[in-house]
Structures are given as C-alpha cells and as structure tokens.
Design a protein. Structure first.
Ligand code: NAP
Length: 275
C-alpha cells in the first residue's frame, strides 16, 4: 500500500472523503459502515468539514470512529466566515463535539474568506498549543495566496485542492511549488465525482490491462507522485474495497503516457479549479 509522509506522520496515500454524508438519516448506517470498512482496510485518513450537511457529516464520522479514534487521522475544516480570532476556536469546539473526540489531527481553512490569513493562522496556532488540533492547513488556496501565507508562517501542513486526470491545472505551478517546500497536497474529487471521467476509453483500457476499474486508475494516477493523498468519498461497500486496493496499484510509464495523451498536462497557468 502506497503511503505518504503527512503532517508529521505516515498515512495511506488514499483516505476517505465525507461530503454529502449526514444528509439523509436513512443512509446513516451505510455511511458509518463504509467509513469503518475503510478504516479496517487501512484508509485511516478521514476528511470532513463543518460545512458538510452543516455538521451532519462530522456526526457520521464521530459515530464511525467511536472506540477506534487512535486508528484514524482526522481532518476537518472551518468555514471562512468562522475563520476569525474567536470564530476558529468556537467552530473547533463544535466540530470536536460532533466528532466525539478531544482533538482533530489536521484542521483546515476551507477556502479563503474575509479574514486575514494571519488572524486565522494565529487562531490555529493557539488551538495547537491547547492540544485541540495536531496541525493546521488550508484548502483551495492558489500559489499567490500560499506565498502570502508563507511570508507569515511555514507551519502549514497541506493544501487541499481539486485534482484528477481531467483537472490537472495544479501541475503547472501549485504542485511544483508545494513539492519544493515539502508541502503535501490533498487531492479532492479524485474521481471527478464519478461522472463522465470514469467512462473515458483511455481509463477503461488501462483498467482492463491491470484487471482494475477506471476509478482505481484515477486513484493510482493521482497518488502516483510522492506527497499527494487522494480522498475519494465512497458509501458503496464495493467502492470502499476497490479504493483501498487502488493504494497498491502502480501504473506503468506506458499507462502514464496514454493518460497524458488523453488529458494533456497544462502548459500555462490555469485558474485554480474548485467545486
Ligand atoms: N476542500 C474542498 O473544497 C472540497 C471540495 C470537494 C470535496 N472535498 C473532499 O473530497 C472528497 C472527495 O470528493 P467528492 O466526494 O466530491 O468526489 P469523488 O470522491 O471524486 O467522487 C465521489 C463519488 O464517487 C463514487 N465512488 C467512490 N469510489 C468509487 C469507485 N471505486 N468506483 C466508482 N465510483 C466510486 C461515490 O459513490 P458511492 O458514495 O456510492 O460509493 C461518489 O458518488 C469529499 O467527500 C470531501 O471530503 C473537499
């Protein structure tokens, strides 16, 4: 299983997303079971946010990790409108309560909002000193904002951004910039939300060669380079199983060339894509 040095520890290169979990009470048991299955298969990093189902996803995670907190690397995110000096600790306390734990391993600013980055970073650092969070990081920040952040602090543990074969913009500047600073990237929507991408003939051909699925090829591709963690969200048990197995799938240079032909790497700056 490919692993990544991440925020002071080592995690499997594939983790678990939770967007859209916690919205439908009828799905709750399936969602809890999926996260637990993932943990058992080694997908120890779980990504959530106060935004997801307005706290509902964190509650699902809390139920899933009860009694197994020490097996999990827990990530959550604060809304930009809560990212002020007093807003951050208050939001963190609410998240901790929903997650049923007394610390979050990695706490992220979900995207840039009205508060100065310095103010949010100071609040994160105070949470760190208080032992409420292990590390802090950001999400949806492009290189310009990361530069500004680094002028103030280089304690950032990750930038969580959109990345999959059909969305390669970060390869032009953000990925090389972060690699130079040993800043790991968390790739969100690594399956492009299971839309048309998974039907692409090139991904299907590569998948067939490996006895794998196009989704597994996406995950192997996203995590092919060191310092990238992918966080697919899966509730279907078979999807969880396949995603865990993808952490052991390696693509050949021939596969990578075929993906480059089908989804060319960027040759100029692209605006940071977000969903
Ligand atoms: N920071 C941000 O702004 C941001 C934005 C978006 C997402 N995120 C994070 O990134 C995570 C992943 O992104 P996402 O949930 O939007 O999209 P995604 O992971 O690309 O796609 C999720 C979809 O893929 C399906 N799926 C999962 N594994 C599969 C497999 N092996 N084969 C086929 N289909 C599979 C899931 O179905 P089932 O559920 O039925 O299994 C679900 O419909 C989120 O859950 C969230 O934690 C962060």
């Amino acid at each position: 299983m490919r692993t990544v040095k991440f925020a002071g520890t080592t995690v499997a290169a594939i983790g678990q997303g939770t967007w859209y979990m916690g919205e439908d009470p009828g799905q709750r048991n399936h969602e809890v079971a999926a996260l637990q299955q993932g943990i058992e298969l080694g997908l120890s990093l779980i990504d959530s946010a106060e935004m997801y189902a307005e706290g509902g996803a964190e509650q699902v995670v809390g139920q899933a990790i009860a009694g197994r907190r020490d097996q999990v690397f827990l990530v959550s995110k604060v809304y930009p409108h809560n990212a002020s000096r007093n807003g951050v600790p208050a939001a963190c306390e609410r998240s901790l309560k929903r997650l049923g734990t007394d610390y979050i391993d990695l706490y992220l600013l979900h995207w840039r909002g009205q508060y100065p980055l310095e103010e949010t970073v100071d609040a994160f650092e105070r949470l760190r000193e208080a032992g409420k969070i292990g590390r802090w990081g950001v999400s949806n920040l492009d290189v310009d904002d990361l530069r500004k952040l680094y002028e103030y602090s280089d304690n950032c543990a990750t930038d969580q951004v959109l990345y999959n074969p059909s969305q390669r913009g970060i390869e032009f500047d953000l990925l090389p910039w972060s690699r130079k600073r040993q800043l790991p990237i968390m790739a969100y929507c690594p399956l492009a939300q299971a839309g048309r991408l998974l039907k692409h003939p090139t991904l299907q051909e590569i998948a067939e060669r490996h006895g794998a699925t196009p989704a597994q090829v996406c995950l192997a591709w996203v995590t092919r380079q060191d310092g990238v963690v992918a966080i697919p969200k899966a509730v279907t048990p078979e999807h969880v199983r396949l995603n865990a197995a993808a952490a052991s799938l390696s693509l050949s240079s021939e596969d990578l060339r075929a993906i480059d032909r089908a989804f060319p790497a960027p040759t100029r700056k692209q605006h940071l894509a977000m969903v």
